[in-house]
Design a protein around this ligand. Structure first.
Ligand SMILES: *Cc1c(COP(=O)(O)O)cnc(C)c1O
Length: 408
């Protein structure tokens, strides 16, 4: 037997059936027109944001990194909740504008921005988090062409990394950001070229559950930012401190202690060096804001026994939930939180393998999991599906096509 991940807080049962946003999931499936279906809960998004605001110093702005989930209805909902949006492509810029985000609230990071994307960003007036000296020059050229002073910040590839993070995106050789040692010269060049100087962006990794590691990282970010701002000599209007807040996906994962992170940050804000006194501070979070608010629902097509092992074969799979299948940046496959939606509060009695409908052994949703008895027609719920689900999975694989999505 392999343990399942912890079901996130906020989910209840009515007559044994999983309820999301006040409705039983079989009703939601009917409403949406069938399975596979991603359901995102407004209530859970709101509750997460409220808890985070309560824990963090008031001065801290909270941005949403939309690559976690760009579903239009969810993005529109987030526009009312957060202080800013972080995008990573021209396509995301279009979606962000449609969702109602204002250019002044948007910053654009990501290596390999094309000239076309840079021009679109400069024209719209969004902040570009510059990832290299060459990109800075292309953005400045774009500004000249358009007769607009681009809003530029520098993304720093710092000399430290986020300890214990799932994916490291800073420290050492990286395609992301400008090496810390090269930032002062590039900053001076950008300011001298007449750009609107928007400060620094330091993002070092994601999926951290250890508060001590996040606190240490934020201390390092503030120290590096102060040193670099001093060397550039143009003040620091804005500092994007990165994010990295993780969520529990697997057995024994403990939620990040945001009260501890917030308290440590408040203390640091009280003792800022002179160069950062007037700075606006932001963090950018993806999965922490939306991951636990989403559930992937898929229907069992067949219950099959092979050599004594039971398989629940569903109409969904890795083409919608690549991360739950264990094929999105994990070394050892572990089970996400999974439940039989119609028997949400029933005792688990059966050891089963929940698999998808794709003709590949990679398509697994739960291995050797202990679940209540389930048969063809029953709904399986995969939790932690609000981030890196629908948009981060190969939905065209095997001609399957995308899942339905609703916000309730
Ligand atoms: C991916 C990414 C994020 C969001 O990461 P999460 O782990 O979902 O919080 C934030 N900022 C940058 C620059 C990213 O690349």
């Amino acid at each position: 037997m392999k343990p399942l991940g912890p079901i996130p807080p906020g989910f209840t049962a009515r007559n044994g059936e999983l309820v999301i946003g006040g409705k039983i999931v079989s009703a939601l499936v009917k409403e949406a027109g069938g399975t596979p279906l991603f359901v995102y809960s407004r209530d859970l998004l709101d509750a997460r944001m409220a808890a985070l605001r309560a824990a963090m110093p008031q001065r801290l702005k909270i941005h949403y990194a939309m690559k976690a989930n760009p579903f239009a209805a969810l993005l529109e909902h987030m526009a009312d909740l957060v202080d800013g949006l972080d995008i990573a492509s021209g396509g995301e810029l279009d979606m962000a504008r449609k969702a109602g985000f204002l250019p002044g609230e948007i910053s654009f990071a990501g290596p390999g921005k094309t000239d076309r994307e840079l021009l679109a960003a400069v024209r719209a007036g969004v902040t570009l988090n510059i990832e290299s000296a060459a990109e800075a020059r292309r953005a400045l050229d774009g500004g000249q062409t358009l007769g607009v002073a681009p809003r530029l910040a520098i993304r720093v590839n710092p000399d430290f990394e986020l300890r214990g993070s799932g994916m490291k995106m800073g420290g050492g050789a990286k395609p992301f950001g400008v090496d810390q040692a090269d930032v002062p010269a590039l900053g001076r060049e950008i300011v001298a070229a007449g750009a609107r100087w928007r400060g620094l962006h330091i993002y070092t990794g994601s999926q951290a559950l250890d508060a001590a590691a996040v606190i240490e990282m934020q201390g390092n970010v503030l120290a590096v930012a102060a040193e670099l701002a001093d060397a550039i000599g143009a003040g620091l209007p804005h500092l994007n401190m990165g994010g990295g807040f993780g969520i529990p996906y697997f057995d024994k994962d403990q939620p990040l202690d945001i009260a501890a992170v917030g308290a440590a940050l408040a203390e640091r804000f009280d003792t800022l060096p002179d160069g950062l006194q007037a700075t606006e501070f932001a963090i950018e979070l993806g999965r922490y804001l939306v991951g636990e608010a989403g559930v992937y629902l898929t229907r069992i097509i067949e219950r099959k026994v092979s050599h004594g092992t039971t398989f629940l074969i569903t109409d969904g799979g890795m083409h919608h939930q690549l991360a739950a299948s264990g094929n999105f940046g994990t070394v050892v496959r572990r089970n996400y939180p999974v439940a039989i939606a119609g028997r949400f509060d029933a005792e688990p009695t059966d050891e089963v393998n929940v698999v998808g409908c794709l003709c590949t052994p990679l398509d697994r949703l739960a291995d050797n999991a202990l679940l209540p008895r389930a048969d063809a027609g029953d709904l399986v719920a995969v939790f932690c599906a609000g981030a890196y689900g629908a948009s981060a999975s190969p939905s065209a694989f095997l001609g399957q096509g995308p899942a339905r999505e609703i916000l309730v």
